[in-house]
Design a protein around this ligand. Sequence first.
Ligand SMILES: Cc1cc2nc3c(=O)[nH]c(=O)nc-3n(C[C@H](O)[C@H](O)[C@H](O)COP(=O)(O)OP(=O)(O)OC[C@H]3O[C@@H](n4cnc5c(N)ncnc54)[C@H](O)[C@@H]3O)c2cc1C
Length: 405
Amino acid sequence: MRYDVAIVGAGPAGAASAIHLARGGQSVALLDRAIFPRDKPCAEYLSPAVEPLLYALGIEAPLEAERPHRLRGFRIYAPDGSVIQGDFAATRGADGQSLFETGLVIRRLLLDAAIVEGARRAGAEVREGWRLGRIARIDGGYRLYPVGAGEPVEARLLVAADGLHSTVARRLGLHATGRMRKIGLVAHIRGIAGLVEYGEMHVANRRYVGVAPMEPGDHDALCNVAMVVDEERDGRQLAGRPEEFLLASLRTFPRLRDRLDQLSVERRTLTVSRLSIHARRLSDARLLLVGDATGYYDPFTGEGIYRALRGAEMVASVALPALAHDDLSAAALGAYDRLYRQAFRGKRLVEQIIQLAVQTPPLMNHIAHVLRERKAMADTMIAVTGDFLPASAVLRPGYLLRLIV
Ligand SMILES: Cc1cc2nc3c(=O)[nH]c(=O)nc-3n(C[C@H](O)[C@H](O)[C@H](O)COP(=O)(O)OP(=O)(O)OC[C@H]3O[C@@H](n4cnc5c(N)ncnc54)[C@H](O)[C@@H]3O)c2cc1C
């Protein structure tokens, strides 16, 4: 039962980490309470920067066989109804060369199962239906006990990839809940008219909803509808009737209400609460956190899968040499914290600025007017949220000044 690495959670972060580590010659146990394919509350949009990461992992099948719907950019509707359009293809990547033309909408049911399959192919031992119960530090590693009967798993290194409400992070006292209390509701719906090759974000009444078409077609296309609401204000209203609440609330968005025609729901509405969480540290002796287990802020910019896959690359870049030298001390693994925070700190600040605008309608309306007049600035914003330009492209004083003044 002794492995080099035990990874708890086989979502994109855990399964991608398993691929990198198994390819690096480590014995890996990938453990998940779910049995794949499994669903996940998510807007199911992949930013243009995600596709190359999936190809690097050898995950071509869902991209080619399932023909996921492609988006050319996003339209953002402010509370006063004004719209900003940002096009991916209008901006080249950070290297000045690569052209990121489309994002994708793909069911998590398919995507996540494909990455788990990739982990199995790479040599990881995948255990499904394995829910983490107790964790014990032992000499030279960790021992993980499943809930109920079942053999414990021992490993030299533990990777916590068990998502937003990570059991590992909570048991080890690493998580703190953020001040923002939001609930996400996600459905698959038909009957929204006027859908094109753009994702849509509608902001009104301090709520927002993302609409991502999952197939072509104007009236009857299936789309993913993901709404984020305030827990304090809306929590009681939606309790026990999330689908009814979601459908009724769609009518409160000015540029959506006239386009709703005979809505039909194709998958039960999934919900997730307590969206804002942060981890005090991302590593310790023999421990790394990756993906949502490192903390999560808000889904507006939809970058969670990108962060999960990039995080998995960073796990491998720090863990493989540490395992090879048998130095899994807090000091050696601390390099991961620095790498991770350096990569994502700027984007987190952009998310916080966007959230401030979502919560302050006059500010959101003002920004929408500015970006509508200055298309290049809108494209830059979309490129940053799509992860192919660094956050510094919008955090420059010149950009911020033009946005606010
Ligand atoms: C409403 C909403 C919409 C979103 N939309 C988008 C989007 O459009 N695009 C995007 O890129 N990101 C989006 N995200 C974020 C994205 O879903 C996450 O960032 C991403 O799933 C993180 O991957 P992960 O592997 O870290 O965690 P997860 O995908 O959550 O995987 C964690 C895994 O851990 C397992 N697990 C948990 N606890 C245990 C346990 N005790 N024992 C064993 N296994 C356990 C779970 O079964 C699960 O399979 C959205 C998030 C929300 C809330």
